[in-house]
Design a protein around this ligand. Structure first.
Ligand SMILES: [Zn+2]
Length: 716
């Protein structure tokens, strides 16, 4: 599936220079008197596996002081490199940067989890204080003239020409990164740029906190169970639990998140309830109240446009795309606009099918956006005799987790062993050790599956520590995070097919991190071009629907019987069902993102821009963007996916083409193809150009027809 918010938290994307972390040395034993504030949070990580995150030592009230110390230390690291009396060399400049600022990086990892997974209590305020400081620090590094002079000297040296290809790429990336971020600007412009970046950091934080506030404060309350007709029992009981958490036992709460909204929209026969839930969800950040994001967006766009101009680029989109696989906004637009009309045409067919059913039932309605998912389910049942509620009892979260681990064992030789004695930040978090075929330690995988107050919606992967081998081998620590609704005590967590897909998707990112075998941390694991990073994760979704996984792991939670073959056949037959909807809702967001960032410094009213642009594109009125502008955290909670939401389609084009390599061979478990995927894609991180890595695996450049086939669109 597309559109998952992934990996980097706002923090991670701010810390450009940071790399992996070292192992852990705690400066003091537990119980000893503290001499320095925040010392335990700043210390190297102790424990097995080269050290693990010390969640038990985090004291939230010390974050701000800790950041002040860690930033000062990172600055000192940078000064040391900049003022090295030895002439600049690859080793004393480029490699030295790879290992600078380790303390800050470790602290940011801890704090990043608090802002993403536990954003409650004092954290929102701390985040508002810390983010501008980090932005300022980053600018100081980029704008350090002595440091840049050394990087430039290496880039222009004879040594540079003789570096091996991987080192050459590292030095080139570092030099270009500094230039792209303003290292060559005049002193006055550097100061202006810093101001812009710091202001943006504040605006990003405000934006995401507004979205979170609207997700937590707008709840649709239901007092009469009859109003929930059609909604599966497991969802209804989750709603009752949610109401209890809000101290309203005996009622039902539809919280304002995607995982709560989607089942209501798909199954509630109560049309008024669907409309209410739909409107509440798609109004996040757009309620003309104190959490309204429109003003912030206009300012963010303006500042981005000014910044791009200062840096010598036509627009923010041109600046962002330069180092991606697509390279230009035009290339990204071309791909999107090739797929768009086919997807819109498919929506017309889907709506016609739905309208027919509504008419035959005598509903006397015209399909509205809050009807789409509901009638789509009816069409699915009518056309394919496939009711996903029949599938759900076979989709136990824990079993599927075992299934994805099993598949990773088949493909990459990994074994997973749960470990119970490591610190975690919440009792729901569990940890597995990952071993290779020979039983050697590969890394750790943290799993935080359930929704909770203060947890960002959606699902994502995060690396607590990257694999590297600069001064010594360091293994990776990765995490997967999602928002599954927790079952009652002693009950099995059943998830939807889409959620199962998400599970495999995020695990694909984790595997990308776990397979990494590189020397330099900034080239490690998922530190690749934004429009390439979703390729390994989207590809991993394909293993969910392999008969090997389904027959062993999609087993009925009561009978233990595997998913019946006829149900499996139906799922396969319906694979391209509703692709009009999912492609259009995604592409509408991706196109708006790109167009907003191609508009230059024009004053923009986000709501009007969205409305007019969609009208010009011929957006079908029966559905809405997956992420409307005022809630589009991918592009406004940090620079991360700005002018980059197209990346999912770009990566999916690679994914569909790559999947056909397996199909053309002995299938999805073909050992030779798996080895080639590992060697050319999964293990190489950013040591090679993504286009080259893909070519080495596919045997040619990417071809879009596989994507069109995969989505069931006409190829010509
Ligand atoms: Zn992803």
């Amino acid at each position: 599936m597309l559109h998952r918010r992934t990996l980097k938290s706002a923090i991670a994307s701010i810390l450009l220079l940071v790399s992996g972390s070292t192992g852990y040395v705690c400066s003091q034993e537990k119980g000893e008197k503290k001499t320095m504030p925040a010392a335990e949070m700043l210390a190297t990580w102790l424990g097995p596996y080269g050290g693990v995150p010390p969640w038990h030592l985090v004291r939230q009230e010390e974050f701000v002081a800790a950041f002040d110390i860690a930033i000062a230390e990172a600055q000192a690291d940078i000064e040391k490199i900049a003022n090295d009396p030895a002439p600049p060399s690859f080793e004393n400049t480029i490699v030295a940067l790879e290992t600078a600022g380790r303390t800050l990086e470790r602290l940011s990892t801890l704090f990043g989890v608090y802002t993403s997974n536990l954003n409650v209590g004092p954290i929102p305020d701390i985040e508002r204080t810390v983010m501008p400081k980090l932005s300022e620090h980053e600018d100081k590094v980029i704008q350090n003239a002595k440091l840049f002079a050394r990087i430039e000297a290496v880039y222009q040296s004879d040594e540079y020409k003789k570096l091996d290809p991987i080192q050459h790429r590292l030095a080139e990336d570092r030099y270009k990164q500094f230039v792209r971020q303003g290292a060559k600007l005049s002193v006055e412009d550097k100061a202006r740029l810093s101001k812009i970046n710091t202001r943006l950091a504040s605006l990003f934080t405000d934006f995401s906190q507004n979205v979170l506030a609207d997700e937590q404060s707008y709840v649709t309350w239901v007092e009469d169970k009859a109003e929930l007709a059609g909604i599966p029992d497991s969802v209804v009981s989750a709603m009752a639990n949610a109401a209890k958490e809000y101290k309203k036992p005996g009622q039902w709460a539809v919280t304002n998140t995607r995982s709560s909204m989607e089942p209501v929209l798909a199954y509630a026969s109560n049309r008024a309830l669907r409309e209410k839930v739909w409107k509440t969800y798609y109004s996040r950040g757009d309620n003309a109240d104190k959490h309204d994001n429109n003003g912030l967006i206009a300012e963010i766009l303006k500042l981005r446009a000014v910044r791009a101009k200062m840096l010598g680029y036509e627009t923010h989109a041109h600046w962002r795309l330069e180092r991606q696989m697509a390279k230009t906004p035009q290339a990204a637009m071309d791909l999107m606009l090739k797929v768009w009309p086919k997807a819109v045409a498919r929506v017309r067919e889907e709506v016609a099918d739905m309208q027919k059913i509504a008419d035959s039932e005598g509903a006397k309605i015209t399909i509205e956006p809050w009807d789409y998912r509901y009638y789509a389910e009816k069409v699915r049942t009518a056309k394919y005799a496939l009711d996903f509620n029949e599938v759900k009892p076979y989709l136990q979260m824990e079993k599927l987790r075992e299934g994805m681990m099993w598949a990773a064992g088949e493909l990459y030789g990994f074994q997973f062993k749960q470990v119970n004695d490591l610190p975690v930040y919440h009792p729901d978090v569990r940890v597995w050790e990952v071993l290779d075929k020979s039983g050697s330690h590969v890394g750790l995988w943290y799993f935080d599956p359930y929704a909770r107050a203060g947890k960002r919606s959606g699902a994502w992967m995060n690396a607590y520590r990257n694999q590297e081998n600069v001064t010594k081998p360091i293994t990776t620590i990765v995490s997967n995070n999602s928002n599954f609704v927790k079952a009652d005590e002693g009950q099995v967590v059943l998830i939807s097919w889409d959620d199962a897909d998400t599970l495999f998707h995020e695990f694909g990112h984790a595997l990308h991190g776990l397979c990494s075998k590189v020397q330099y941390p900034s080239q490690s694991g998922t530190n690749v071009a934004r429009d390439y990073v979703e390729f390994p994760s989207q590809l991993n979704e394909h293993w969910l629907s392999t008969p090997e996984v389904l027959s062993k792991f999609a087993v009925h939670y009561k009978t233990g019987k595997p998913l019946p073959k006829e149900l499996l056949d139906k799922i396969e037959k319906a694979a391209t069902f509703n692709q009009g909807f999912s492609t259009v809702e995604y592409l509408a967001s991706a196109l708006i993102d790109m167009k907003l960032h191609l508009a230059g410094d024009a004053a923009i009213d986000p709501d009007a821009f969205e409305r007019d642009t969609l009208a010009a594109l011929g957006m079908p009125r029966e559905l809405v963007m997956r992420h409307r502008t005022p809630q589009f955290s991918h592009i406004f909670a940090d620079d991360g996916y700005s002018a980059g939401y197209y990346s999912y389609l770009w990566s999916d084009t690679l994914t569909a083409d790559a999947a056909e390599v397996f199909k053309e061979a002995a299938g999805f478990y073909d050992p030779k193809v798996a080895q080639s995927l590992h060697d050319n894609v999964m293990s190489v991180g950013n040591t090679v150009d993504p286009a080259e890595g893909f070519r080495a695996f596919r045997g040619r450049d990417v071809d879009i027809s596989a994507l069109l086939r995969f989505r069931g669109f006409p190829v010509n």
